[in-house]
Each structure stands twice: as C-alpha cells, then as structure tokens.
Design a protein around this ligand. Structure first.
Ligand SMILES: [Zn+2]
Length: 80
C-alpha cells in the first residue's frame, strides 16, 4: 500500500520527503521543525502531512507555547 494518494491538485505522484515545517501561532512563528516526513507532489510541490505527524507537532507546540521558538528533535518523527 502506498503512503500517499496521488496529488488532488494535479494528479501527480506524491513521494515522501523530509522537509522543514514552520508552525505559526497566529502570526508568530512558534516552532521550526526539520526533517518532518511529508508527502510532496513531484509535479506541483503540494505538501501533504500525515495526521499522525500533525498531531505530534500540535502536541509539542501546545506544551511549549510559552517559548518564543522551539526546535524539536527529528528522531521523534521516524516514519512508520
Ligand atoms: Zn500536484
């Protein structure tokens, strides 16, 4: 079974890449995460995040909201 559906915009193949994700809380950057496993369309570059990955990020950002910026170790996002 493939990890990602074809791109819903252009129908291109979506492959997993490790990308940097910037999280915003309102207009403020709250977190920058490197190497987040993300589905990226090979044609148009549209990004697809897995729900499980987004949940992990959300939890971390909420827990550490008081800090102006956080860096989250990438090992936590090992693909499964
Ligand atoms: Zn696409």
């Amino acid at each position: 079974m493939r990890e990602f559906e074809d791109c819903s915009y252009c129908g291109g193949r979506v492959a997993e890449r490790k990308v940097q994700k910037v999280c915003y809380w309102g207009e403020k950057i709250t977190a920058i995460m490197d190497n987040v496993p993300t589905g990226v369309c090979e044609q148009c570059g549209e990004k697809y995040y897995r729900a499980s990955v987004l949940k992990q990020i959300e939890k971390k950002v909420k827990n550490r909201r008081k800090m102006s910026m956080i860096k989250i170790p990438l090992v936590k996002y090992a693909a499964r």
